[in-house]
Design a protein around this ligand. Sequence first.
Ligand code: AKG
Ligand code: FE2
Length: 604
Amino acid sequence: MTATTPPVISLSSPTAVSEIASACSTWGGFVLVHHGLDSALLDQVLTLGHQFFDLPLEIKEKYNLQLHGAKWRGYMPYGGERSCGGQQEDAKEGLYLGDEHPSDHPQLGLPTFGSNVFPNEEIPAMKDVYVEYHKQMKELGNRMMRVLATGLELPEDTIEQNVTQYDPVILPRAFSYKPQQAEQEGQQWGIGEHSDYGLWTMILTNAPGLEFQHPESKQWCAVPFVPHGIIMNVGDVLDRLTGGKFISPFHRARNLSSTEQRLSLPFFYDPSWTAKMTALPLPDTQNDTQQRVQERWAKTKIRCQFDGSVEYSEFLAKKVANVFPDLIPEAHWKHLQSTSEPSTRHVLVVETPDASIAGKVRERVIQFYHDHQGHIKESHGMKHIRRVYEHATKAVHAHVPPLSSQQSMLVLVAALLHDVDDTKYFPSHTNYEHARQIMSHVEGLQEQQQQDAVVELISYVSCSQNKNRVPPAVAANNAYWKLIPRYADRLEAVGRIGVVRCYQYNCEKGQLLSSENTPCPQTEEDVWKLATPRRFEAYNGDSDDMISHYYDKLLHVARPPPNVVRNSYLEKRALASSKELVEVCLRYGRTGVVDEAYIRSLAY
Ligand SMILES: O=C(O)CCC(=O)C(=O)O
Ligand SMILES: [Fe+2]
């Protein structure tokens, strides 16, 4: 018979090693007591954690991790993580922390390396207490590695020698789980069902709420709450290193209280940055069935072999590639496709500092959108800018003949600044005031002439003012590269999202989706013939119905004439972004009705 809850184990018990090994191969975790950490220190950590999360949001936002680059430290607001299949936001906010690396650390600049972001002004005591706590937790982690190795009947330093190399990557976090809100239906999970991807997890918490799924019975079971106890569990990497002997358990957590915050401080203790992922030399005795091991591994994000061919840093790089899109460009992790899937858990994108002129502008633009949160709609915010910037970067790389560094810089800066004077939000701006103001703070862009050069490119972006026209200054000098920001921006207006937005807009306004005059194209060619350039030129902001809007505007935005775009990347992406629009027109052509179910299916 299996126990109904994960065990509570005393580290001072003479049988601790075998009890821990047994817990790791049945439940994948346990609660550790008599671990040697000072209770007063743990209480202080929790009290200071509460003080941090009780700070007003504007103060916490000062420490937002998006402002701190690849070191991946700082405040994570609500909505920054989604663990339940990516749909729902986790009901928690957090503070991401790490080892306090000195300013001359050789790995500074790599993801996770750097100094912590503590609220030193508001809570001066926090830093020292947390740094001490991290030191003690790391020592406890080291000790656990020796216990685990002994439990696996290996020499006690096996894991430290080969996996953590006496220098584990540690990723401590503090989370505050929102109280359950009565008006919301169902339970709000602070973190949905998941397994931890690293080596070993140690959690300090102030309240119950964590559940493990029993690996055999698949039942969800509450982990006992023991004040000052440290909950420990196996991560996916350790599961793989032990060939499935130690189980990385599925678990989830929520706040059971409707009035109090639940604090939880998971301390992720991982292999060293440079460790090779090599399975431990264990006898082939599996305690878990092969089928169950395979099923479990298939559910994790790990795709590499544990045969020494992959370094932990590569694994982590692929894993966090979508959190650090700039630091780890696609080309660097593409070949790691087989290593691990990108993380879906972290949805916040961390910008990485860049000393170039465009890099400096980007930092100021991040700050700009941060300061105007609430005033500017999210769909027009930093996420949009980042995507346009990415398209512009790729278009610059694809450009033939290659652009000079000055031209590339103008394109990238214009892509970053093209919306900061959006007349929807700043109707009084007539001379790109925000763009100029931002540039005036950046060395290399302070002269009027340089600012005018950027503003020229921005002025070509607006769809209503420019349509697909080629400005005389562009045509005369064959300077089609100046249209890159325009077409990079337009890629973001169409595709699936464009179809869905246009549909929602028409529904909200109670406008017709089609009319008796709507044409019925039978082939893709027919669709493009119907979208005549003249129609776009005549369009003044009003369309008769949703499908008319496709022919008036969207199809022209989606696929501008190649002799205007003149850039292989932008053309290729434009072609892809027109697919759904054409499909809606063709479905109409076949049936004479707008296929609303198809459009709605694009929303997911
Ligand atoms: O809050 C907890 O108790 C668990 C947190 C957790 O599982 C995680 O952050 O990975
Ligand atoms: Fe977890």
